[in-house]
Design a protein around this ligand. Structure first.
Ligand code: 3HC
Length: 283
């Protein structure tokens, strides 16, 4: 089960990062967005990231050209007829994902593995939207995908072990990532631990007893985290954190996963973090 040709669906923050990792690893990589403007935005995002890597001396001009040539962009799902692996990284909306996987099942070859970068939606629901639930699994990357070493592999109750092993080999040997394996339970491994911590930081800020900067400095200088929890919330996006918390709470019904009032109000007010220009900090 050799993976040489991949497609990434969705060229937002995560999708473009994953596509960049794939192309830099020498894979023929198609980025698909349904609208031409979004496909162009994805191309600009990836191009400027590659240019930055060259400017910082992390990528040679020659490797920049090779990587660029391996990337192509499309709005046509029928262009995915020769892919070995598709990784979906679209909006965290179950109905939209299920519709997409139904189409992917129709247009991709039988051997193609269909993966989702979902951080919260059950992989078995995605798998059963297709006629090949045994070839559907989660490949969960972390933000920024070009930097974070982890790929969390999420195995549904229907996923074939041979597919899991092929994806582990692909993530480790081709992409140079570390992998961990999780069963298909909300939050998998990392978000199940990380999200309650982030929610606690937001609740602590909401007490008014401490400042955002002191919460962040506490975890950076006391525990050597690369960034504090509120800065991390702004990086991930507050809407994403809320939607993961909602799914975790729905699955386990434990107060530790319930989105705190301040998070709900900030999302309602459009304070989503870096991507909206303001969250716990201004950008
Ligand atoms: N996008 C892309 N690349 C970025 C970036 C961004 N937003 N921010 C930084 N980078 C890159 C830089 O270009 C640089 O790359 P280079 O070494 O090739 O030049 C490298 O990261 C280091 O950047 P800096 O030196 O400017 O900054 P730091 O050393 O402070 O590192 C950081 C920045 C990598 C973001 C680091 O602070 C970090 O690892 N923070 C924790 C992030 C984290 O926890 N992510 C997981 C989120 S959870 C998730 O994604 C799951 C989801 O389901 C919710």
């Amino acid at each position: 089960m050799e993976i040489k040709k991949v497609a990434i669906i969705g060229g937002g923050t995560m999708g473009s990062g994953i596509a960049e990792v794939c192309a830099k690893s020498g894979l023929d990589t198609i980025v698909m967005e349904p609208e031409a403007a979004a496909a162009e935005a994805a191309q600009n995002r990836i191009d400027s990231s590659l240019d930055k890597a060259v400017a910082r001396g992390r990528l040679s001009q020659e490797d920049r050209s090779t990587t660029g040539a391996l990337l192509s962009y499309t709005t046509d799902i029928n262009a995915l007829g020769d892919r070995d692996l598709v990784i979906e990284a679209i909006v965290e909306n179950e109905a939209i994902k299920l519709e997409l996987f139904k189409r992917l099942d129709e247009v991709t070859p039988e051997h193609c593995i269909l993966a989702s970068n979902t951080s919260s939606i059950p992989l078995i629901n995605i798998g059963t939207a297709t006629k090949r639930p045994d070839r559907v699994l989660g490949l969960h990357f972390f933000n920024p995908a070009t930097v974070q070493k982890l790929c969390e592999i999420v195995v549904s109750i229907a996923t074939d072990e041979a597919v899991v092993v092929a994806c582990e080999k692909f993530a480790q040997e081709t992409l140079g990532k570390e992998t961990i394996r999780s069963q298909d339970r909300a939050g998998f491994i990392v978000n199940r631990l990380l999200v309650p911590y982030l929610l606690q930081a937001i609740s602590l800020l909401d007490t008014g007893q401490v400042s955002a900067q002191d919460i962040d400095n506490g975890m950076m200088f006391g525990c050597a985290h690369p960034m504090g929890p509120l800065t991390l919330c702004d990086l991930i996006g507050l809407d994403t954190i809320k939607s993961v918390a909602d799914v975790l709470y729905d699955e386990f019904k434990e107060p530790t996963y319930a989105p705190p009032p301040l998070l709900k109000r900030m999302v309602a007010g459009g304070l989503l973090g870096r991507k909206s220009g303001a969250g716990f900090y201004k950008y």
